[in-house]
Design a protein around this ligand. Structure first.
Ligand code: NCD
Length: 431
């Protein structure tokens, strides 16, 4: 059954069709398509007729042939080669992706969903060891990379902070990286300096993933953000092309928005409203890059004005730890808080609210407010949940097992709650 959902989701992504347009193309009712897309555990879920499955496969085949001839057939190279960084299976920047390789990665992430939802297990990475090196604070990125590797059957060794690593004794990045490569099969690295993870990557031939290099990039976060936007849009009937994305907060130091805006600019005709006080604006080189790709960019320091009509609101935390000496939060007033009253007054019923998290929940923090916790538009926990299948997909691709995962799955031997969070029932049936 989940194969059926994977096939349909993948087809809509590749054909760039909304559910309405796709059901029309297939000649079926939209409601029927909805029931085929529901998770198999839902009582409303239905098996699609065999004929429809064959038809979808045929349309996809024709599409792949057209794309193949247009790109000289390069699409047939394995994904790991198409996204390689200087020939190595490493993820340092979102610049390594194009639309085709993203779609292929998302297809692998869809295959991982039953494992992420704890219905299936795999041992495809049995015996492999991940080295997780975090020289900056992290909860979700560190744990979700570790959990993703474990759910593929591997194990994790980690070190956190400079204090407990030999870097505190003056060891170079080159030495640390080369030494670790003798111990582990892949490295996930977070480090406070921009460009540092690329330095780790140059010192080894094993897969390295950038889990955040100072104010530089955070590619896996942006990839899971885009995956989340596509899944949410599949429900609300929108496409990434032509959408309006509002980014709010610290756009100067926030690496997640730096990666996300680059990734989104691979799509067509987007409108971005960048909402920040003048001291925390998006770096000019990114604004120029996005404008060069033909997107509309408006910069404002008025939250109310910037959020109006947005399809996606992406809020961020102020990265105070990255401020230079003497740098202040001038202009970052309480008006920057994205709260229920504001969202109700200027956003649409199908706007989605995102945040890379953590959000600062302390009084006066001006972050995404907790008063939105019961609002179904709040996608932040669906977003964090998506971190697992996306990171599993990245490991599977970089370690060359992506094609074997589906065959390797077995039923999980334990049962988990139907809803993992108390509020998740509010979103039931939205998938
Ligand atoms: C972010 C990060 O570390 O860049 N968090 C994350 O990885 N999800 C955002 C932040 O720290 O504000």
């Amino acid at each position: 059954m989940s194969q059926q959902q994977d096939l349909l989701r993948d087809a809509m992504r590749r054909l760039n069709l909304t559910r309405d347009a796709f059901s029309e193309r297939l000649g079926v009712r939209r409601r029927a398509l909805d029931t085929w897309l529901l998770p198999s555990e839902s009582s409303e879920s239905r098996a699609m007729p065999e004929m429809v499955g064959k038809f979808v496969a045929e349309i996809l085949q024709r599409e792949a042939l057209d794309a193949g001839s247009a790109s000289g057939g390069t699409e047939h190279r394995p994904l790991v080669q198409r996204i390689a960084a200087e020939g190595k299976p490493q993820l340092l920047s979102v610049a390594q992706f194009d639309r085709g390789s993203l779609e292929d990665l998302f297809q692998v992430a869809d295959v991982m969903q039953p494992i992420a939802r704890r219905q299936k297990v795999t041992r495809i990475l049995e015996g492999a060891v991940l080295g997780s090196l975090f020289f900056e604070a992290s909860t979700r990125t560190r744990v979700s990379f570790g959990a993703a590797f474990c759910r593929l059957g591997g194990t994790v060794c980690d070190t956190t902070g400079f204090t407990f690593s030999s870097m505190a004794k003056g060891e170079s990045i080159y030495d640390t990286s080369r030494v670790m490569s003798g111990y582990v099969d892949a490295l996930v690295v977070r480090h406070p300096e921009q460009g540092s993870v690329a330095e780790f990557a140059r010192a080894t031939n094993i897969p390295v993933i950038n889990a955040g290099d100072g104010p530089g990039e955070h590619p896996s976060q942006a990839i899971l953000d885009l995956y989340t936007i596509q899944r949410e849009f599949s429900r609300t009937g929108k496409l990434v092309d032509g959408t309006h994305v509002a980014m709010v907060g610290d756009l100067k130091y926030g690496r997640t928005v730096h990666s996300l805006i680059r990734l989104l600019s691979l799509y067509r005709g987007l409108k971005f409203t960048l909402i920040a006080p003048p001291s925390l604006e998006m770096p000019a080189y990114l604004v120029e890059l996005v404008a060069r790709n033909g997107h509309v960019i408006e910069q404002t320091s008025s939250l109310k004005q910037g959020l109006r009509g947005a399809d996606v609101v992406y809020a961020t935390r102020v990265q105070k730890e990255r401020f230079a000496a003497g740098e202040t939060m001038e202009g970052y007033t309480p008006e920057f808080q994205v709260c229920k009253a504001l969202v109700d007054s200027v956003c649409k019923p199908d706007t989605i609210l995102m945040h890379p998290l953590p959000r600062d929940g302390r009084p006066g923090a001006n972050d995404l407010s907790v008063d939105l916790n019961h609002d179904p538009r709040l996608a932040i926990f669906r977003q964090t949940d998506n971190g697992i299948p996306v990171r599993m997909a990245l490991f599977a691709v970089l370690m060359g097992v992506d094609k074997q995962v589906a065959r390797s799955m077995r039923d999980a031997g334990w049962r988990s709650p139907a809803h993992i969070g108390p509020d998740d029932a509010d979103f039931d049936g939205l998938d």
